[in-house]
Design a protein around this ligand. Structure first.
Ligand code: PLP
Length: 397
């Protein structure tokens, strides 16, 4: 049996290979400090679990509308609109089994083979995978380090935009843990409008923030009609395995995406949608989750400040940090970041992804970075693991 030719263009999340290496190292009796996966080791709030139990008992186990049950579409329209200062009608909401399907369905609905699609690099690897799978032309755009994190290279984006029909934008960025300034977000909106681009605004981390307020590019003048928002319950409510999210799209795009739902999965699991209604009705569990993640963020940043040759800003959002490890690699005698990560795992048990798990490095990159996720590791282990990392690097001096 021969695979279809397009399968040769389908990428993956290579970060899962880091999990496999960490699990293998752990299975040999070694201690592992898991900073590699963007999963959450905290339970889904009890009110959400109970709502799902009730829904199953009540027989909410059959097919339901392709675009989602009306109660959830209405609750999402209200919650997403209020948080973004937008007036969103329920007809714009298309429920999905998670946030990730929005990336696929945006590409299926709006991108033709040969179209240019702008996407962040470093960035979530599924963007490039889907762009290539559907035969579009990947146009990666880059970030430059700043004193507070990273900023999009707007000159490069302006240069590439005339070759594009679509733009993927991930404010509150994975893996960089940065967010746009108001000026940067406005400039990106101007570029999208001037070049008549369709925009996918990946807002998976919109609620995962420790101070300040998140903003959506979709709320800027002239953007709602050209933007699809990716929303997910995964991170906000520690529901990564439940698979519940939605697209917020202009009505005619929403109708097309609901038709794709009919073709793909028919509908998102009915009793999971009922649990989603409860999550939005009483989101107090999400606030407790954020308090824990804030403590972990503080522990991570404080411990990394003590690690020789490692430097990073303090992110106000997401649950990642993306430190510069160029000097740490020099101290330990590594010129390959993958070798550095393997040596760190074997010497200290600390497991993390590198920049290369988030797209091919671009010409001219002179620094090396890695990503620590603190969503799957408690504060004591954060301090202990990063303490070990610091001792190991320091021992090479
Ligand atoms: N977008 C970004 C930037 C992510 O980091 C992730 C998951 O890690 C997703 C989308 C997908 O989220 P979900 O688990 O809801 O499919």
């Amino acid at each position: 049996m021969a695979l279809a030719a397009r399968m040769g263009r389908l990428g993956t999340e290579t970060a899962f290979a880091v999990s496999a290496a960490a699990a293998e190292w752990g299975s040999r009796g070694n201690r592992v400090y898991p900073f590699h996966l963007g999963d959450i080791d905290l339970p889904t709030p009890a009110n959400i679990v109970e709502a799902m139990d009730r829904a199953i008992t009540d027989g909410k186990t059959g097919y339901c509308p392709a675009a989602g049950i009306p109660a959830l579409r209405e609750a999402l329209a209200d919650d997403i609109g209020r948080a973004r200062g937008m007036d969103i009608g329920a007809e714009r909401i298309v429920v999905q089994p998670g946030g990730k399907p929005v990336i696929t369905k945006f590409t299926q609905a709006l991108v033709d083979p040969g179209d240019g699609v702008l996407f962040p690099n470093p960035g979530y690897p599924i963007y490039e995978s889907q762009i290539e799978y559907y035969g579009a032309t990947p146009l990666p755009y880059r970030y430059v380090p700043t004193t507070t994190g990273f900023a999009i290279d707007l000159d490069q984006l302006r240069e590439l935009a005339p070759s594009a029909t679509a733009l993927v934008y991930n404010d509150l960025q994975n893996p960089l843990a940065c967010e746009s300034s108001d000026e940067e977000r406005r400039a990106i909106a101007e570029i999208a409008i001037e070049n008549d681009l369709s925009v996918l605004s990946d807002e998976a981390y919109f609620e995962m923030r420790y101070s300040g307020r998140s903003r959506s590019i979709a709320s800027l003048d002239g953007m709602a009609e050209r933007t699809v928002i990716l929303y997910t319950f995964s991170k906000r409510f520690a529901m990564t395995g439940w698979r519940l999210g939605c697209a917020v799209a202009p009505p005619e795009i929403a109708t097309a995406m609901a038709r794709i739902n009919t073709n793909d999965e028919s509908c998102t699991t009915h009793f999971v949608q009922e649990a989603g209604v409860e999550a939005l009705r009483d989101p107090s569990g999400a606030a407790a989750l954020l308090d824990e993640l804030r403590a972990r963020r503080d522990a991570t940043v404080a411990a990394l400040a003590e690690v020789p040759g490692v430097s990073c800003a303090t992110p106000e959002a997401t649950f990642y940090v993306f430190p510069d490890v160029t000097e740490a690699m020099a101290i330990t005698g590594h010129d390959d970041v993958a070798d550095f990560a393997t040596a760190a795992l074997r010497s200290t048990g600390v497991s993390f992804c590198t920049r290369r798990h988030f797209g091919r490095p671009r010409p001219g990159e002179t620094t090396e970075h890695v990503r620590f996720a603190y969503s799957g590791i408690g504060t004591d282990d954060i301090s202990e693991g990063l303490g070990r990392l610091g001792e190991w690097i320091g021992s090479h001096r």
